[in-house]
Design a protein around this ligand. Structure first.
Ligand code: UGA
Length: 471
């Protein structure tokens, strides 16, 4: 908060902000993935006039009809409402959308290249498309997660191509939303990070985010490079926290401690906190794996060894094998022709996203070992079919479990917690459960005679906020 006030005073903006209604902006968002679409929908619901661009015509057709091409709770309603109220539109006409915009938000993907570095092709393509339209002042706001130094590089590219009399600003405004709760994260942010090097750019960004002055979300005003670094540091730290708890979970299994209480006990220290202390099959998704690789690549180029990040990454790579080793133990070292029911394919609950899901590594291994897999996920079976078209996908959890030699729970869907384990005991071939998300009540399983293993002997189901459960 100190940074906020200091920065405001520094740029003489306090007076401007008090009591003055903020002018609404004409915003163009380039890229309609999770980040772009959520940002577009949310900025429009704050009152701004937003155009979203994508080069995928099918996607634009769907979006114009208010259909969202992926699962994100609440997004469809928000998009439809803002289309109807005339603040949100979708187009492929990038030239017109850029020409008319005051703020251009770049939210295209920065996928991982083979060597780990972030591929900036799409970002740089957008910059090329912006160049001919820079006749009047515009803010180019980078929301995509980009390597540290990208904004400065973009400034140089633009400077080389446009007349020196033309003013523009490049702002680094990283996004911290989580899939599944993306709208809540956008509308109730922990912080808003704005990296820029001009008073004018800060002012435009304040106007874009004016709504959040009432919500007391801290604004962090800084330079572009620092803003870009905050994003990588936050993701790398959270990912390291998960690898840390996963390692302690293994220690608990060997030494007889209970990770649920360990996590609760350590989380009570305000410096540690309870978030991101749930052990599991390893972190996945479209962000942590990609961002850690990009960060490690960039650090290597800079001859800096990020040993902690590297270790967290390596530990995560090994985590799916920890689940497999439990299975091997229960099935006496022989997975061949064993019926394995996999419950949960998404990289986490409340999404249909399977990108870098630990389920992928686990399924690959089981297939190599000639196990017979039946999979079920309430949301992510269509997306997983693209990875494994020939897998047997069941329409219910019970169908997947029928005649199973072992059940593995890989995603913390609430549905799994509510399964009837008495019934399950009657339909399985062997009563074996590996709960890689600690969603099940171990007392119930024990009473029913299941052989089970969870992460770190957790006695308390960890999909419930652990503090709430114990208090
Ligand atoms: C992550 C960050 O949390 C967001 O702040 C960030 O904006 C986003 O990446 C991004 O860079 O775009 P997301 O990938 O949606 O968001 O997913 P998370 O909820 O962070 O979960 C990531 C992985 O960690 C999942 O596989 C999840 O199951 C795992 N996880 C998370 C655990 O294993 N244990 C935990 O305690 C928490």
């Amino acid at each position: 908060m100190k940074i906020t006030i200091k920065a405001l005073v520094l740029f003489g903006l306090v007076a401007d902000l008090i009591g003055s209604p903020m002018p609404l902006k004409r915003v163009t968002v380039v890229g309609t993935g999770y980040v772009g679409l959520v940002a577009g929908a949310c900025f429009s619901s704050l009152g701004h006039c937003v155009q979203c661009i994508d080069n995928d015509s099918e996607k634009i057709d769907l979006l114009r009809r208010g259909v969202i091409p992926f699962f994100e709770a609440g997004l469809e309603g928000l998009v439809q409402k803002n289309i109807q109220e005339g603040r949100l539109s979708f187009t492929m006409d990038i030239d017109n959308a850029i020409e008319t915009a005051e703020v251009i938000v770049i939210a295209v993907s920065t996928p991982m290249s083979d060597d780990g570095q972030a591929d900036l092709t799409s970002v740089l393509d957008v910059v090329q498309r912006i160049l001919p339209h820079l006749h009047n002042y515009k803010v180019i706001c980078i929301k995509s997660t980009v390597p540290i130094g990208t904004a400065d590089m973009i400034k140089r590219i633009i400077r080389e191509h446009v007349d020196s009399s033309i003013s523009f600003d490049v702002v680094s405004n990283p996004e911290f939303l989580k899939e599944g709760v993306a709208i809540k994260d956008f509308m109730c942010p922990n912080r808003i990070v704005i990296g820029a090097d001009s008073e004018r750019a800060f002012k435009v960004m304040q106007e874009l985010y004016f709504h959040f002055y009432d919500t007391h979300a801290p604004f962090v005003y800084t330079d572009n490079t620092t803003a870009e670094t905050i994003k990588y540091a936050a993701n790398a730290f959270l990912a390291s926290k998960i690898s840390f708890v996963n390692e302690f979970s293994k220690l608990c299994e060997i030494l007889g401690a209970d990770i649920s209480v360990v996590a609760y006990g350590m989380g009570l220290d305000e410096r540690i906190g309870h978030h991101f202390l749930k052990p599991g099959p390893g972190f996945g998704g479209s962000c942590f794996p990609k961002d850690m690789q990009a960060l490690l690549w960039q650090a290597k180029q800079a001859h800096i060894e990020l040993q902690v990040v590297e270790a967290a990454w390596q530990a995560n790579q090994e985590q799916p094998m920890h689940i497999i080793s439990k299975l091997i133990h229960f099935l006496d070292n022989d997975l061949r022709n064993k019926n394995i029911a996999i419950l949960g394919l998404a990289f986490k609950a409340y999404t249909d996203d399977v990108r870098c899901s630990p389920a992928i590594a686990i399924i690959k291994h089981l297939k190599n070992e000639k196990a017979v897999i039946k999979a079920y996920d309430p949301c992510a079976m269509i997306t997983m079919k693209k990875n494994f078209p020939d897998l047997v996908y069941s329409s219910t959890a019970y169908e997947a479990i029928q005649d199973a030699d072992a059940i593995i729970i890989l995603t913390e869907w609430p549905e799994f917690e509510g399964l009837d384990f008495k019934k399950i005991k009657e339909i399985v071939r062997q009563p074996i459960i590996i709960d890689a998300r600690n969603v099940l009540n171990t007392d119930v399983l024990k009473k029913l005679g299941f052989r089970y293993s969870n992460m770190g002997n957790a006695h308390i189901p960890m999909n419930i906020e652990i503090a709430t459960y114990i208090d």
